[in-house]
Design a protein around this ligand. Structure first.
Ligand code: HEC
Length: 150
């Protein structure tokens, strides 16, 4: 029993060590690649719902719910990639010059995502459509402020 506890404790410590070193990137360009990959996946899982919100494609509550569940995990990912010293990519320097503003934009987006999850879980199309639109606005307002124009 004691041995089992010791094994569990060291496994927990290993997990902690892995988690704290996971946030690190060896090079700035690794962080850029990471955040861009995460954003690209977010773009895919968000964008595929647009035809449903626009009523071009029938609403399938189960599909939307499953897709929003994936999106809400993806939504946690990009932020570690905006690491100190990883300026560049399509990010404006303001991400690093105005960390509070950027964090606020991130929090606004995550709050919109929480509402989108509630709406998707409810199975109500109109609730989904409104929450989808508001989430899209939170993407756009961060992009307007912190992403370079192409
Ligand atoms: C808090 C700020 C913020 C929010 C919120 C945000 N983004 Fe981004 N996004 C960025 C920044 C900054 C970049 C540029 C990253 C880089 O290249 O350094 C970016 C890049 C992207 C890209 C290009 C990725 C690539 O292939 O290089 C896509 C697609 C994207 N975002 C989609 C979305 C969608 C969809 C949402 C909302 C569901 C969203 N983003 C929410 C800040 C944000």
């Amino acid at each position: 029993m004691k041995k089992k506890i010791a094994v569990l404790a060291s496994a927990a410590m290993l997990t902690l060590a892995a988690t704290s070193s996971m946030a690190q990137f060896a090079k700035g360009e690794d962080a850029i690649k990471y955040r861009e990959s995460a954003m690209a996946l977010i773009g895919s899982h968000f964008g595929r719902m647009a035809p449903v919100a626009k009523k071009e494609v029938p609403y399938n509550a189960e599909q939307i719910k499953a897709n929003v569940a994936v999106l809400s995990v993806l939504a946690q990912l990009p932020w570690a990639g905006f690491a100190p010293g990883s300026e560049g990519g399509e990010s404006k320097d303001d991400v690093w010059l105005d960390p509070e503003g950027f964090k606020q934009a991130e929090d606004d987006f995550l709050a919109a995502m929480d509402k989108l999850t509630v709406a998707a879980d409810s199975g109500d199309f109109d609730a989904f459509r409104v929450a989808f639109g508001n989430t899209g606005k939170s993407c756009k307002s961060c992009h307007d402020a912190y992403r370079k124009e192409k």
